[in-house]
Design a binder for this molecule. Structure first.
Ligand SMILES: C[S@@+](CC[C@H](N)C(=O)[O-])C[C@H]1O[C@@H](n2cnc3c(N)ncnc32)[C@H](O)[C@@H]1O
Length: 190
């Protein structure tokens, strides 16, 4: 087993959500197609997707994580995979950090809290270069977002916000592709 597979198993055993294998393949394919130079990730977790991003692009990655233990774990992950020099890690609440970012990004991997996607959308849109790509994971949230029912359970707010996030994205972006793979993926082009 290679080290990335070990990391995936560690995440599973410790209930740390990382991108699904199908999503990983689509992310890699999209990175190869788009060939971005400056990437922003919301939700570092333990550095699994960040490592995948650097290994499959020629880009610099800025990645934001709220949880300090995960931030530190990711630091070790990036050292292990020898990708540290291509990554800027930021510890803190993405909502507070993204409004202060000065640079533009040609690719954003949105994978933080699903209930915040809608709020973050206009800020992320402004951070994207023309033709920049927003790759958002988990947009169907266990299939609850696209089943047309009014959600009655505790995830109601997140689901309603994700539906609105999809509607707003369709209005904002010149091109929006939705994939059923994994937990639902949106690939949108500015
Ligand atoms: C789905 S996980 C990210 C998985 C990672 N992208 C991967 O595939 O390897 C979402 C992460 O977002 C973090 N998070 C939650 N709220 C956040 C916030 N407000 N700002 C930044 N990160 C946050 C969580 O601690 C969690 O580690």
């Amino acid at each position: 087993m290679n080290k990335l597979e070990e990391l995936r198993i560690y995440a599973k055993n410790n209930f740390i959500p990382i991108l699904q294998e199908q999503t990983e393949q689509i992310l890699i394919k999209t990175l190869i197609d788009v060939n971005p130079k400056n990437i922003l990730e919301i939700g570092t977790a333990i550095g699994y997707s960040g490592t995948i991003i650097i290994q499959n692009s020629n880009a610099h990655l800025t990645t934001i994580e709220l949880d300090e233990d995960r931030f530190n774990f990711a630091k070790d992950t990036f050292k292990t995979f020898n990708v540290t020099s291509n990554i800027t890690q930021i510890l803190g609440d993405a909502n507070e950090i993204i409004v202060k970012l000065q640079e533009k990004f040609d690719f954003i991997f949105l994978d933080g809290p699903k209930g915040q996607y809608l709020k973050q959308l206009p800020v992320l849109y402004n951070l994207l270069t023309d033709n920049g790509v927003l790759f958002a994971d988990n947009i169907y949230y266990h299939g609850w977002v696209n089943n047309n029912e009014y959600p009655k359970h505790k995830h109601r707010t997140a689901i309603l916000r994700l539906r609105k996030f999809i509607e707003e994205s369709k209005k904002l972006f010149k091109q929006c592709n939705f994939l059923d793979d994994g937990d639902g993926i949106m690939i949108a082009k500015k």
